[in-house]
Design a protein around this ligand. Structure first.
Ligand code: ZN
Length: 388
């Protein structure tokens, strides 16, 4: 995972001037390199290097070679980014990206050494308290930015930490939905009736206000949608917290961009929008909280997770009917969200090479007692339930 943190540099006026001049030269070099590539229809770093390196070194002898090379690479990437269709042009104070050779940051010591047209500038910064957890992360790139109105330089540094390599038996699949906010492959359902009631209440109010259509109704509409959002946020906080403390290392969820929204909500734009927002928020909360306890979230391709039999792997659309899943091939039946959550866990395991998942089975009566949902399957094993 990557993070970007922003550090304010302590600099004397003399050093500021040096950095401003360095930025100016850098951006000039960027423009010249980009122009060469644009005119010769190439963003190849090697080709552009051969054609421009010596002429530019001669023209700007004060510019350290490491900065020149870094700037050339950035220009090549910019050309590639626009597919050579337009000429990228930097301004004198455009931000410049530095590699580790040019800009050596030591987060623990709160020091940095930056190459410039006038030797290296060594200075300090203060790591804000909320960034302290990142000080042992690996540094990737630094971008130097100049804020003209403050006459201040900021260093935006990208840092990286390898996600913990989880071991085999600790992957949890989570199916997110509307009726059940989250169903986990260890048979835990999050489907607070409070959420349902609150949502129903707001949905009713919304419908009334939308019919009215007056200005005060619109104002009230805005107010209640804020209230509903805060309520959902609170629920998502509680659920994500409970989930990350479960005894698993990796939590697998479906890739949000293609998450299914139940058809009965089609046409109800607000509901759909709120749900999409809510799915995304739950994911974000899970990511942050998992990271905080040294665990990780993986996303998987959601295709067929609801149609596939988690026992024999048979994929058939008719396997799922509402809340119940029954495989036409092997006869396995299970609550459909639970079946999906097991598929999600299995996909994550096959993607990331991890082994078995802890999955006790559930009885229909227990599911019914706890969730109010009818299921028809023959397994006799325990279930637990979380609520917000
Ligand atoms: Zn089957």
């Amino acid at each position: 995972m990557d993070r970007t943190i922003k550090l304010k540099l302590d600099l004397s006026n003399e050093d500021k001037n040096t950095l401003k001049e360095t930025m100016g030269v850098c951006n000039q070099v960027f423009n010249e390199v980009a122009e060469y590539g644009f005119e010769n229809n190439t963003y190849s770093k090697i080709k552009i290097h051969h054609a421009t390196y010596y002429p530019i070194r001669e023209k700007y002898p004060e510019l350290p070679s490491a900065i020149l090379q870094g700037t050339r690479d950035v220009a090549c990437e910019a050309l590639k980014g626009v597919k050579l269709k337009t000429l990228p042009v930097n301004k004198p104070y455009s931000a410049i990206r530095y590699n580790k050779r040019v800009c050596n940051v030591k987060l623990i010591d709160e020091t940095v050494s930056i190459a410039s047209i006038n030797g290296r500038i060594k200075t300090t910064f203060k790591v804000p308290i909320y960034y302290e957890k990142y000080i042992d992360w690996e540094l990737r790139t630094s971008t130097l930015r100049y804020k003209k109105n403050q006459d201040t330089f900021y260093l935006h540094i990208t840092i990286q930490k390898q996600s913990p390599e989880p071991n085999g038996d600790r992957v949890l699949g989570i199916d997110r939905g509307i009726v059940n906010i989250a169903v986990c492959s260890n048979n835990i359902f999050f489907n607070s009736s409070q959420v349902k009631n609150t949502r129903a209440k707001y949905a009713h109010l919304r419908a009334e206000l939308q019919n009215k259509g007056t200005r005060s109704a619109k104002r009230l509409l805005k107010k209640i949608s804020g209230k509903e959002k805060r309520f959902v946020t609170d629920v998502n906080h509680c659920i994500s917290k409970e989930i990350v403390f479960m005894p698993f290392d990796v939590f697998a969820i479906e890739d949000l961009t293609s998450i299914r929204v139940q058809s009965r909500n089609k046409g109800k734009r607000f509901t759909t929008k709120l749900n999409n927002w809510s799915f995304y928020q739950l994911q974000q909360f899970l990511e942050y909280k998992a990271e905080a306890v040294g665990k990780s979230i993986v996303t998987i391709d959601p295709r067929y997770t609801s149609q596939k039999c988690s026992k024999c792997g048979h994929i058939y659309k008719g396997n799922r009917k509402g809340h119940s899943f029954k495989c036409v091939k092997c006869g396995f039946s299970l609550h459909s969200d639970l079946n999906a959550s097991r598929n999600i866990a299995d996909i994550a395991i096959s993607n990331f090479g991890r082994a078995c998942v802890d999955r006790p089975n559930v009885t229909c009566d227990e599911v019914k007692a706890l969730t109010g949902i009818e299921t028809e399957h023959s397994y006799k094993l325990p279930i637990s339930i979380g609520s917000s």
